[in-house]
Design a protein around this ligand. Structure first.
Ligand SMILES: C[S@@+](CC[C@H](N)C(=O)[O-])C[C@H]1O[C@@H](n2cnc3c(N)ncnc32)[C@H](O)[C@@H]1O
Length: 267
């Protein structure tokens, strides 16, 4: 399959995750939003318990001492700030001002210089300096135009691009609850292999490593229930019922995801 076909498949498969309009209309809050508070605790955990997994390894392998690291869809910095001892500058791009502000606070504490660029990658690429290495952790399932995202990342590095993502769509853990509460069956694709195929079709020599996620998705049933209410467009008053259902369906504790690290070099 050529790049165009793979790009179309990726977009269509992501679109198949759209929430039916009748359910979305009842949503008390945006079911797709990422919470800066939740991601800040992920970053704080990554800072105190650095994860020596393949994403970190592949970034460090290519990063010169005190080199520049471009973090695409940075959130509060979980993929870049834990490398602060080796990084000369983090250039963080995110469409959320709240996320960038959380990253700026944490970068100040660990003493790494940051440049913040608010906006959607690659729309803001012209405002972003070329860096040694780019990392993008848990972003691509939000990106319908993946070819443009990947090409612009490749054009903005001197050495390597590293992507980290869950093997299957990050909302897949909710599938039994979608069936229970809304009688809706969620899709299976896209998966990490679809990203690999697309990057390879672009002509980059892509490599992949998979592992079990280093973090559990939720620390408590309460946290799971509140998150599920938001994702399923349910009133948070139903969190108790959601939690009981999750127990009955054998969803707690949530099994750890598989994470893929996908990388390629500038040749
Ligand atoms: C799931 S969070 C991951 C954050 C961080 N990379 C991490 O690993 O914790 C996804 C982040 O990507 C941002 N995002 C999604 N698509 C983006 C795009 N095309 N350009 C810039 N930011 C994007 C969101 O605002 C959000 O902060």
């Amino acid at each position: 399959m050529d790049v165009e076909e793979l790009a179309t498949r990726w977009r269509e498969r992501l679109e198949s995750w759209a929430i039916p309009a009748r359910i979305l209309a009842e949503a008390p809050v945006d079911p797709w939003a990422h919470s800066p508070v939740r991601f800040a605790s992920r970053t704080d955990r990554a800072l105190t318990e650095p994860d020596g997994g393949p994403t970190v390894t592949r970034v460090l392998e290519a990063l010169p001492e005190k080199g520049s690291l471009l973090d695409l869809g940075s959130g509060t910095g979980a993929s870049s700030l834990p490398l602060h001892a080796r990084v000369g500058e983090v250039v963080a791009v995110d469409e959320s001002a709240g996320m960038l502000s959380g990253l700026e606070d944490r970068a100040g504490k660990v003493g790494v210089p940051v440049t913040l660029v608010e906006g959607r990658w690659p729309d803001v690429a012209a405002d972003v300096p070329v860096c040694d290495v780019a990392v993008s952790g848990h972003v691509v399932y939000n990106v319908p135009d993946l070819v443009e995202f990947v090409r612009a990342a490749h054009a903005h590095v001197r050495r390597r691009v590293v992507l980290e993502l869950t093997h299957r769509h990050p909302m897949s853990w909710l599938n039994p609850l979608w069936e229970h509460f809304h009688d809706v069956r969620r899709p299976v694709r896209p998966v990490a292999e679809d990203v690999v195929a697309l990057v390879a079709a672009l002509g980059y020599r892509v490599r992949v490593e998979e592992r079990e996620a280093p973090l559990e998705r939720f620390v408590s049933l309460e946290e799971l229930s509140l998150s599920a209410c938001r994702r399923l467009c349910l009133d948070p008053m139903r969190a108790g019922e959601v939690g009981r259902t999750a127990m009955e369906l054998g969803m707690w504790p949530v099994p750890r995801d598989r994470w893929a690290t996908i990388w390629w070099d500038k040749e």
